[in-house]
Write a protein that binds this ligand. Structure first.
Ligand SMILES: *[C@@H]1O[C@H](CO)[C@@H](O)[C@H](O)[C@H]1NC(C)=O
Ligand SMILES: *[C@@H]1O[C@H](CO)[C@@H](O)[C@H](O)[C@H]1NC(C)=O
Ligand SMILES: *[C@@H]1O[C@H](CO)[C@@H](O)[C@H](O)[C@H]1NC(C)=O
Ligand SMILES: *[C@@H]1O[C@H](CO)[C@@H](O)[C@H](O)[C@H]1NC(C)=O
Ligand SMILES: *[C@@H]1O[C@H](CO)[C@@H](O)[C@H](O)[C@H]1NC(C)=O
Ligand SMILES: *[C@@H]1O[C@H](CO)[C@@H](O)[C@H](O)[C@H]1NC(C)=O
Length: 317
């Protein structure tokens, strides 16, 4: 290593650098892994200046290259990767590796006998990639489930944002909570509602240089039954025997509800959305006036909801 360079690096180490002169831009400079960086020198170089570039990763220091009026000397460690422009003294490093993260130190020994020093931080960032959303639950039950979505990504110095059908999702401190970690972000939705995760929900991971979004995510939230309505095909207290009469039951439910039927508290042997008078009469119901109702059931939410009663009796032939 260059003797002047070495002694000056020790000088940096002992004095803590940056002796008041602005000879380098303000850092940090962020660079994506594998890319190149050029560090500019602020003062214009004069022909008899000596320019010394050094590097410190916080644990050890090394000379990178030295530019003298008679030419550039690049440290073996940096051969083929570092160059110094002899006109302006700018340092260029190519194919940056993670280990290149650290402080780059510049010393200018001016022809006039002054020593100027400066330091700039360079951060080599891993590229942003593999941004994915995963759910802790494969499916959810409305009002019952707390769903935790995790967005994870590769890359360094990431920040995360979430959108719902392109609108930003914000932490409301109640039902929606966002927690960010170094390389992931969690969106917690308490007491999930049916439209919460129709989205599409997208997570974007960003660092200072790049951003990448996840594939759109949606999750089925099962709900209901609700609005269980029984509808007789004719509204009358008395229904003629063997007539084309039936009861239809409907409900709002996901997945679709299944139905059972009751005459007063007795269950009929019938399933399906429509109960015909034929079935009622075949099972011997209908002779006495009574309340008919349907019960809608949801296999996923395990909820069973009865309709209001419909009251009638069947008139003999
Ligand atoms: C880095 O510099 C080398 C040598 O000058 C060049 O071939 C390469 O294309 C540069 N890479 C990028 C990502 O600019
Ligand atoms: C060095 O810098 C000068 C002035 O900015 C520029 O014109 C020249 O192309 C650079 N040389 C190299 C090898 O990059
Ligand atoms: C997403 O948007 C829909 C429609 O505006 C809304 O009902 C739902 O609650 C939103 N979900 C989240 C997680 O913010
Ligand atoms: C998400 O939404 C798309 C389009 O609406 C649909 O095709 C897909 O099945 C949904 N996926 C889930 C898991 O619900
Ligand atoms: C129910 O009754 C209505 C009115 O009489 C009739 O149009 C319909 O076809 C009936 N449905 C069934 C499944 O029997
Ligand atoms: C929904 O929550 C209620 C009350 O905590 C519970 O009794 C019920 O079993 C839950 N349903 C499902 C399907 O988990």
């Amino acid at each position: 290593m260059d003797r002047i360079g070495l002694s000056l690096l020790f000088l940096f180490a002992s004095t803590g650098c940056c002796v008041g002169s602005n000879i380098l831009p303000t850092g940090p400079v962020d660079v994506i892994l594998g890319n190149n960086v050029t560090i500019n020198v602020l003062p214009a170089k004069t022909s008899d200046d000596i320019i010394i570039w050094g590097f410190s990763d916080g644990e050890s220091s090394a000379n990178v290259a030295t530019l003298r009026p008679n030419g550039v000397n690049v440290n073996d460690r940096y051969k083929g990767r570092a160059s110094v422009n002899s006109t302006n003294g700018y340092l260029t490093l190519t194919s940056l590796k993670s280990q290149d993260t650290g402080d780059y130190m510049l010393t200018i020994l001016t022809g006039g006998g002054d020593t100027l020093t400066g330091k700039i931080k360079v951060r080599v960032l891993d590229p942003v990639s593999s941004v994915v959303i995963t759910s802790d639950l494969p499916e959810a039950i409305e009002q019952n489930s707390t769903v935790v979505l995790t967005c994870s990504s590769k890359g360094s110095l990431l920040t995360f944002t979430w959108t719902n059908n392109s609108n930003p999702i914000v932490d409301d401190g109640k039902r929606l909570t966002l927690t960010n970690e170094q390389s992931s972000s969690k969106l917690t939705i308490k007491d999930v509602l049916r439209y919460d995760l129709v989205g599409p929900i997208v997570c974007t991971a960003t660092n200072k240089l790049e951003k990448q979004s996840s594939a759109p995510f949606n999750l089925t939230v099962y709900y209901g039954p609700e609005d269980v309505i029984i509808k007789p095909s004719a509204t009358s207290q008395y229904i003629p025997s063997k007539s084309d009469f039936n009861l239809t039951c409907s409900a709002s439910s996901s997945p679709s509800a299944t139905f059972t039927w009751f005459h007063d508290e007795k269950e009929l042997k019938a399933t399906g959305q429509v109960l015909t008078l034929k079935v009622i009469e075949e099972q011997g119901f209908g002779k006495n006036i009574g309340d008919y109702k349907c019960v809608a059931q949801n296999a996923k939410t395990k909820r069973a909801v009865p309709s209001a009663p419909v009251r009638f009796s069947v008139m003999g032939e």
